[in-house]
Design a protein around this ligand. Structure first.
Ligand code: GLN
Length: 611
């Protein structure tokens, strides 16, 4: 029984020069304790492997199991920090500051679980580890090879993740499609992992695509068959197949796939398109995917039925609220951005709005505003575009393009009582508008757009001024924000106030950052004396992190130097977005009493007397 060969794991890491099995094992790793589910795509990319894998992981988590997802990217970049969101979707920042792929956002939202840099790996990181080790003499004079050294590193990282996050099941998503040059060594490593761990430890899932050409009017399985064959050629026999398709996959196609891939048809599933990704876990459960996984990995004993019932009930409540047919309100929310045509670049904002709309029963219509076209627009033209909107978001961004247009949007919102949420760059634009048009500093700007400006109200972070160059110089990841009592921010984040703090006490919250510039401390006094409130600060340093206008002056004007969208979860939407949503509903439906919109998210001061 080769899978029981004790030598493979026993010798690993110790006598690496004497064995062909290079499989270093992290300390504390116990074979059999951790299981692995591997999701690979065939036929084409963009099938939603991340959505599939996270939905499956969620089903197991709901059963009381500890899950740890990992995305293995084929590219050589060390992280996603320098990737263009146009091409690659948004950069998703984790609490520990790792800049990752937007799929990690899907995992965090679906699992309601904070991830770390251990949950994301690129080929670049793997090669770097191998090359660093080689330079430090880590291979004891051996020639360093793709197999076993690079593959050994992959297995090591997967097992380390299992130990570090004490995972019952690690969910491995292999980026790209089977057959890509880039991910070949991942697949080989996973094949080895399955061999070393033995039967019942690793479950391979092939996600494939069933074509349904309109001209034929029927589903064709050939491309899927060939894709799965490609997996098998690499030595991977899938245990389950999930078929993405526009419509429900027909029994005939299911049978064909089963026949050609040695997978019993009860383990071939139809994963057809659905309105919301959040309904996928339930759809998978109905088809019995979770049960099959438990059987394949021998995990039935670990299920906690009471945990599962409670989790499923909570989730199905949320999913029921997603149905847009019976919503009470409609709001029009504008989002400015130079990536306006690409929703993926703002995926988390889109999701945050979705969560809040579901919670407050509002259909959210998003309007993308191309601010590069607004740079030279007249106030009348700006008003024409913004007047129909009930709320405006100026999201994060880099560089000068479109910033004058954004400043005009902020000004319009401030002067016309349109609910406004500024995110990162949008926070900075609010400071610039306020400095220019309220404090009278006509040339106020950010040194990012105009290094020579006489009034650099936004400038490089004092502690970062010395650091040059792109990448690695940004203030990244989760940081504490001290919230000032009696403010809109304190009202919105009230649920985050620790139990031992009284209502009037300052308290800290945690949000995620990704920026290089900030409010220049020398302008704080001027801005505050003219009525801008900095309601969130760094607990020790003079770094301004939340700003707002008094709620007596404006129904909702707030900004965060951080990215609240990154921590918005379906069951726990971001407070800043909830506040925006409630205020936008109020704006759209001025005749509806505030109480009928939300007693939680509308500050009392903005409600008319007696409402
Ligand atoms: N460009 C600004 C900065 O670097 C804002 C960054 C952002 O919006 N993420 O500070």
């Amino acid at each position: 029984m080769p899978h029981n060969e004790p030598d493979i794991l026993a010798s690993a890491g110790h006598k690496t020069t004497e064995t062909e099995f290079y499989s270093p094992i992290p300390e504390g790793y116990q074979r059999g304790r951790h299981k692995f589910v591997v999701v690979m795509g065939t036929v084409m990319s963009g099938l939603g492997k991340g959505i599939f894998s996270s939905s499956l992981a969620k089903l197991l988590k709901d059963k009381g199991l500890r899950v740890a997802p990992i995305k293995m990217e084929g590219y050589l970049n060390l992280d996603s920090g320098t990737l263009n969101p146009y091409r690659h979707g948004e950069v998703f920042v984790l609490d520990d500051g790792m800049e990752t792929d937007m799929d990690l956002g899907t995992y965090e939202r679906m699992l309601d679980q904070n991830l770390t840099r251990d949950n994301f790996v690129t080929s670049g990181q793997i090669y770097k580890r191998v090359l660093d080790k080689e330079r430090h003499g880590g291979y004891l004079g051996r020639d360093v090879q793709m197999i076993p050294h690079v593959t050994g590193e992959v297995k090591y990282l997967l097992r380390s993740l299992a130990v570090k996050q004490n995972a019952d099941v690690v969910f491995v998503e292999v980026g790209g499609t089977v057959g890509d040059f880039e991910n070949g060594f991942y697949i080989e490593a996973l094949r080895e992992l399955a061999f070393e761990e033995g039967p019942g430890s690793v479950c391979f899932v092939g996600l494939t695509y069933i074509i349904s050409p309109q001209a034929l009017g029927e589903q064709k399985s050939k491309a899927a068959q060939l894709g799965i064959k490609r997996m098998m050629e690499l030595g991977v026999q899938p245990h389950m197949i999930a078929c993405r398709c526009r419509n429900v996959v027909t029994p005939k196609v299911i049978e064909k796939i089963a026949m050609f891939s040695n997978v019993p048809s009860r383990r071939v599933f139809s994963m057809h398109d659905r309105k919301s990704i959040y309904s996928i876990p339930e759809a998978m459960h109905k088809q019995g995917l979770d049960i099959e996984i438990l059987t394949l990995l021998n995990l039935h004993q670990q299920v906690q039925p009471a945990h599962e019932d409670a989790a499923r009930q909570e989730w199905s409540g949320f999913v029921a609220n997603l149905s847009t047919d019976k919503r009470k309100f409609t709001v029009n929310v504008g989002i400015t951005g130079k990536y306006a045509e690409l929703r993926d670049a703002y995926a988390s904002i889109d999701k945050a709005l979705e969560h809040c709309g579901a919670k407050l029963s509002a259909n959210v219509k998003i309007h993308w505003l191309d601010t590069t076209e607004m740079d030279d627009a007249s106030p009348a033209r700006i008003a024409e575009q913004l007047e129909p909107l009930d709320g405006v978001i100026v999201p994060g961004g880099f560089g000068h393009r479109g910033t004058e247009g954004k400043a005009s949007c902020v000004r319009y919102c401030r002067e016309n009582n349109t609910p406004y949420l500024g995110i990162c760059l949008g926070f900075q634009m609010a400071v610039i508008d306020f400095a220019r048009n309220v404090c009278g500093l006509a040339d106020a700007s950010s040194t990012e757009f105009n290094p020579q400006t006489a009034n650099p109200v936004i400038s490089e972070l004092p502690e970062q001024k010395k650091i040059e160059g792109l990448g690695g110089t940004m203030r990244l990841g989760g940081k504490d924000v001290l919230v000032k009592p009696g403010t809109l921010a304190a009202f919105l984040y009230a649920d985050h106030r620790p139990k031992n703090k009284a209502a009037g006490d300052p308290f800290t919250i945690r949000e995620r950052f990704r920026h290089r510039y900030e409010v220049d401390p020398s302008y704080i006094e001027t801005l505050e004396s003219h009525g801008l409130i900095f309601s969130g600060r760094h607990p020790q340093q003079p770094i301004m992190q939340i700003l707002e206008l008094p709620i007596e002056k404006h129904p909702y004007f707030i900004g965060g130097q951080f990215h609240p969208e990154l921590t918005s979860r379906p069951l726990h939407p971001s407070p800043l977005f909830m506040g925006l949503m409630a205020a936008s509903i109020r704006h759209a439906h001025p005749d509806v009493p505030a109480q009928q919109i939300s007693t939680r998210w509308l500050p009392l001061a903005t409600q008319p007397a007696g409402a």
